[in-house]
Design a protein around this ligand. Structure first.
Ligand code: AQP
Length: 343
């Protein structure tokens, strides 16, 4: 069976949204509305895999929804909702916990990074995170998922879970009169110069909400002054910009800033270096700061306005939740029959 083109993607309300979240994911949500049915989720159940203060979680949930809309997601064309409203996410995740193997989870680099040396003491939810992510995607039988490069391994695991479910329950799927390819093998959409934006303090570390240093990231709610200051203070090596992309090898900070400029101006890194190669940081950083402010300021303004308007945001999330639940229940109804649950 051909699955109709449907996109699902989620963002955790686990802190201040940053330029990496925007360029790696949110910005790419908008054009997909022209070619796919689109479902964008604030994954609050994922967020609590590490401790979240309840009031911070509420605020951040509205902030992520506001960022979607301010970036250009239309809540009438797309479904925008928060994960915890649709209980089928938890229900399917449990079935997938029983499909996925512990060894698969233990291999996930994000788990290893986040657990660090403390892996006996982190939540069980953090280990099972990719199983819930597979449920998010497959509940809607999404065919494609726009994400940053850091999520590639989780997407591969989603494909493995879909294939194992289709295989383990092959006989039951047919017995229930359903398509043998019950779950699709979802494609990751990871492309362009901004699939992995790095920290402004250390070019070998991903820009992240959970980095304790606010100077490491450009937050989507930073004002023009903060954006300029952070870019001007960003760590760099002393050499001038190289003349070609080859010259960025072994220079992670330079590579990162050129990549950010390329993504914000819709150019390639080579084109950026044609313009700035041979120049020093004193020329490049102010140009990057001006570009970042011009691109981000209108969105931050709109985000701030929407965050204050909790009635509108909550209404959008409620409406999206109802539309999402209608699709999710259809899948879950079939999954219960396939697995052998009586209701
Ligand atoms: N640095 C990044 N560059 C490009 N894309 C990125 N994404 C995250 N960081 C970068 C993409 O943003 C989406 C949302 O990510 P998430 O909120 O689900 O969790 P994450 O990937 O773990 O993001 P953070 O910001 O690092 O959050 P914390 O610190 O809470 O873990 C995903 O599509 C991701 O690829």
């Amino acid at each position: 069976m051909a699955f109709s083109p449907r996109v699902f993607s989620g963002i955790q309300p686990s802190g201040d949204l940053h330029l990496g979240n925007y360029l790696g994911a949110i910005r790419r949500f908008v054009p997909l509305q022209d070619t796919h049915e689109t479902i964008y989720c604030v994954v609050d159940m994922h967020a609590i895999t590490v401790w979240q203060e309840p009031n911070d979680l509420r605020r951040a949930t509205r902030e992520v929804a506001a960022a979607f809309i301010a970036a250009g997601v239309d809540p009438k064309r797309s479904i925008v909702f928060n994960q915890s409203q649709v209980m089928q996410h938890a229900e399917l995740a449990w079935v997938f916990n029983c499909i996925a193997r512990i060894g698969w989870m233990n291999r996930m680099t994000q788990f290893k990074d986040k657990a660090g040396k403390n892996s006996e003491n982190v939540s069980l939810g953090l280990l099972a995170y990719p199983s819930l992510m597979a449920a998010d995607i497959l509940l809607y039988k999404a065919t494609a998922v726009p994400v940053g490069d850091d999520q590639k391994q989780h997407l591969e695991l989603t494909r493995d879970i879909a294939a194992k479910f289709n295989n383990d329950y092959a006989a039951s799927i047919v017995e229930q009169g359903l398509d043998p390819d019950f779950f699709p093998i979802t494609e990751p959409l990871i492309a362009g110069p901004a699939t992995r934006i790095m920290s402004l303090r250390d070019g070998t570390k991903k820009m992240s909400k959970s980095d304790p240093s606010d100077q490491s990231r450009i937050s989507l709610l930073d004002d023009a002054d903060a954006i300029s200051k952070k870019i001007k203070k960003a760590t760099t090596d002393p050499a001038e910009l190289p003349l070609d992309v080859e010259g960025l090898k072994g220079r992670p900070e330079a590579d990162n800033l050129v990549g950010i400029y390329a993504a914000l101006s819709d150019k390639t890194k080579a084109e950026v270096l044609t313009e700035f190669g041979g120049q020093g940081w004193g020329k490049f950083k102010p140009a990057l700061a001006d570009l970042a402010v011009a691109q981000l300021a209108p969105m931050s303004g709109e985000m701030r306005r929407l965050i204050e308007d909790t009635t509108t945001i909550d209404g959008i999330l409620r409406d999206g939740g109802e539309r999402a639940a209608a699709i999710a229940e259809k899948t879950m109804h079939d999954v219960r029959r396939i697995v052998g649950f009586i209701r």
